[in-house]
Design a binder for this molecule. Structure first.
Ligand SMILES: Nc1nc2c(c(=O)[nH]1)N=C([C@H](O)[C@H](O)COP(=O)(O)OP(=O)(O)OP(=O)(O)O)CN2
Ligand SMILES: [Zn+2]
Length: 155
């Protein structure tokens, strides 16, 4: 049935949700491209050969239409199940440097955020808007996909 110009079009509301996950892992900042001296110079104490650990906090933000029946962008239970299998079981209590994803990349939190982003891009029930990773209480990192900033991706 045609709608006339005065009939309001009902738009589906779009919302975003964020959920935090925690895991502990060790790592060592070290690049195969540098010799020992340069590694120490660039990465400092974080290049210690014995490594060190962090209690990482990963915050996932998803964005999408609010389902008219469930009232949800996505079910947090589905997100938790996905995070358990694809994030926590893979990263918790590991040495990040031994994981395939860090075989050729330094285990910085920038690179961790990019890897987490790649993982949650395949979450089937809502679109990933961005990831935020806290390494320490002083350091946190955001990634929202190539060429975008967190603010752009939220628009
Ligand atoms: N650009 C980046 N720089 C650094 C990263 C990183 O991921 N990206 N990571 C580290 C470390 O892994 C390091 O463990 C963090 O050290 P630091 O910044 O010293 O941590 P805090 O300030 O929170 O802790 P203090 O013990 O109080 O120094 C380094 N750089
Ligand atoms: Zn560290």
């Amino acid at each position: 049935m045609p709608t006339d110009a005065l009939t309001p079009v009902k738009k589906t509301p779009i919302a975003s949700l964020s959920r935090r996950y925690h895991f502990s892992a060790s790592h060592r900042l070290h690049s195969e491209q540098y010799d020992e001296g340069r590694n120490r110079e660039v990465f400092g104490k974080c290049n210690n050969p014995h490594g060190h650990g962090h209690n990482y906090v990963v915050q996932i933000t998803l964005k999408g239409p609010v389902d008219a029946v469930t009232g949800m962008v996505c079910n947090l239970g589905d997100l938790d199940a996905f995070a358990r299998t694809n994030l926590l079981e893979r990263f918790d209590h590991t040495n990040l440097n031994t994981l395939d994803c860090f075989a050729e990349r330094v285990s910085t939190t920038e690179n961790l955020a990019i890897e987490v982003h790649t993982i949650f891009e395949s979450f089937p029930f809502a679109r990933l808007a961005g990831v935020h990773v806290e390494e320490t209480s002083n350091n946190s990192f955001d990634y929202a996909g190539e060429g975008s900033t967190p603010l752009e991706s939220m628009r």
